[in-house]
Design a protein. Structure first.
Length: 71
């Protein structure tokens, strides 16, 4: 494989393969984000607010544990 043309072809093939793999991965990522957006839109209007309240309660409990106090 010391032939310059062979090395050029191998490098070009590797670059094209990497670009194709990256394009597929990006498309999959965009599809996943779109799916999550649709899932969020289909939730009940109050569901997001309830999730936020649950998260706040968890943070409050974790802070109490970190301070060594009772829950």
């Amino acid at each position: 494989m010391s032939d310059p043309v062979t090395m050029l072809v191998a490098t070009a093939s590797a670059t094209i393969g990497l670009a194709a793999t990256s394009a597929v991965a990006l498309r999959c990522w965009q599809g996943w984000l779109e799916l999550k957006r649709i899932e969020l839109e289909r939730r009940r209007p109050g569901a997001l607010r309830a999730d936020l309240a649950r998260l706040r309660e968890r943070v409050r409990r974790l802070e109490a544990i970190a301070e060594g106090g009772e829950i």
